[in-house]
Design a protein around this ligand. Structure first.
Ligand code: E4P
Length: 219
């Protein structure tokens, strides 16, 4: 399984890569907008050059032909660009065409197993079920990941599941157990994954004991 960062922030991406645990990045229009006055295309290209792994960049068009043109143009920026296409009828038609051309597609805004199945049948390389947003409305986001994983496994479907809209580190654990191939997480959740109070307590004790030892015996 793999971890991706769900961000368009270069500092966060560089930090995640430095730790050696990040294999890709997902962006969306909201995340890009947070970065202020940047050129979207140049920014995505820069991210792809840094990451050297799959980087999802989302199309804005809603019409099939326009989505295809936008996707081809994004894909030409870097071989690692994965085009993010929304889970709508025109998006699925675009997914079919782009996948047949060898352009990898991440179908986004997936909220049901039926949507995931349609995306996979159209040839999507990835589907992105949104865990947190389902939880927000009182539904079971992790249950959705589990259902999709079961369907894909029973039917030997190669599309990878990216668990998205991750809110906390428990989501990461649950999504991995539920069968997600990838979890894309905000930087603050990646930081959360490091933490355990017993690690801090244990380290404090080791250092305190070492100080006592040095005091009596030197080092
Ligand atoms: C997926 O690729 C999306 O970028 C994402 O995870 C959105 O999550 P949000 O609900 O935190 O906006």
């Amino acid at each position: 399984m793999k971890l991706f960062l769900d961000t368009a922030n270069i500092n966060e991406i560089e930090k995640g890569l430095e730790w050696g645990v990040i294999r890709g990045v997902t962006t969306n229009p909201s995340l890009v907008a947070k970065e202020g006055s940047i050129s979207f295309r140049q920014h995505v290209k820069k991210i792809a050059e840094i990451v050297k792994g799959p980087v999802s960049a989302e199309v804005i068009s809603m019409d099939t032909e326009e989505m295809i043109a936008e996707a081809r143009s994004l894909s030409s920026l870097d071989p690692n660009i994965v085009v993010k296409i929304p889970m709508i009828q025109n998006g699925i038609a675009a997914t079919k065409k782009l996948s047949s051309e060898g352009i990898p597609v991440n179908v986004t805004l997936v909220f049901s197993p039926q949507q995931a199945l349609l995306a996979a049948l159209a040839g999507a390389a990835y589907v992105s079920p949104f865990v947190g947003r389902l939880d927000d409305i009182g539904e079971d986001g992790i249950g959705l990941v589990r259902d999709i994983a079961q369907i894909f496994s029973i039917h030997n479907i190669k599309t990878e599941i990216i668990a998205a809209s991750i809110r906390h580190s428990r989501h990461v654990f649950d999504a991995v157990v539920a069968g997600a191939h990838v979890v894309t997480l905000p930087f603050n959740v990646l930081e959360q994954m490091f933490n355990h109070p017993l690690t801090d307590k244990g380290l404090k004790k080791f250092l305190a004991d070492w100080e006592v030892y040095v005091k009596h015996h030197g080092n």
